[in-house]
Design a protein around this ligand. Sequence first.
Ligand SMILES: Nc1ncnc2c1ncn2[C@@H]1O[C@H](COP(=O)(O)OP(=O)(O)O)[C@@H](O)[C@H]1O
Ligand SMILES: [Mg+2]
Length: 280
Amino acid sequence: MGHRFFPAEGGRKFLVIDKISSRPYSPGMRIIAISNNKGGVGKTTCTVNIAGALHQRGKKVMVIDLDHQAQTTYHLGLNPKSIDRSIYHVLAEELEYRDILIDRGGIHVLPSSSILKDIELMPIPAKEFLLKDAMQSLEEYDFVLIDCPPSLGVLTMNALTFAQEIFIPLQVQFLPFHGMYNLFEAVQMVKKRLNRNIAVTGIIGTMYNASKSINREVIEETQKRLPGKLFTTLIRENVSLQEAPSWGKTIFEYKPDSNGATDYSNLTDEILERPVPQED
Ligand SMILES: Nc1ncnc2c1ncn2[C@@H]1O[C@H](COP(=O)(O)OP(=O)(O)O)[C@@H](O)[C@H]1O
Ligand SMILES: [Mg+2]
């Protein structure tokens, strides 16, 4: 493949070959997309509570809300309706990421707002690189967690182009493998065309209920079909996890003694121990 230039609006040039091979970030920084094209599987809950647990462990954490429904923004106690500077303005090159960053008790948030869906319609070439480009000057973080929308559209592609890792929340109460294959196929495509460094680190089993046999079946199937990918810690069904968003709190701030807090704490220990996969 030769050098392919994609002129962007405003005269900016994209040198795609360089972008695919470059890894401009510090080797210690982990950039993780939390993605599943199915909605309601626990992406937002994972993003907020893993961020909370990492922050508790003294890690420097950034959360990027890349869903126009802005539920992560809301879950972190910010009102998307009153936010007039969101990740949309960064992707549209109107603002720098630092202009929209909110320090929310030590967790740095790039909030979303409903206008974000307009990115889908904007006539910009090589749109998958908008986030990565906007984050070229990203300062040092231990973890950057990106909450993705429930689709494989351009915003998810932006997350997968910028990230090095993917965590896939999987609701273990259904047999959702068809959708997961679409996601794995998309990851392979991203790897080939947009980001060589992307890999699925792990699958997070969510809303686990030991009394329902379907839960065990899904877990066994996942272990069989995708060996080594499922995190050992399962996130149990827990009503406190459901309640925390409307208080604008992580589970550690809302109910630190709940099963939800225990599970997200154990999961985070596992995340810190599990090496970043080199090949997928
Ligand atoms: N472990 C859990 N137990 C009970 N409810 C949960 C759990 N995890 C998430 N939920 C709830 O399920 C719904 C969907 O979760 P969410 O994280 O918003 O999914 P997604 O971001 O994938 O759409 C939310 O109402 C959330 O509070
Ligand atoms: Mg969500």
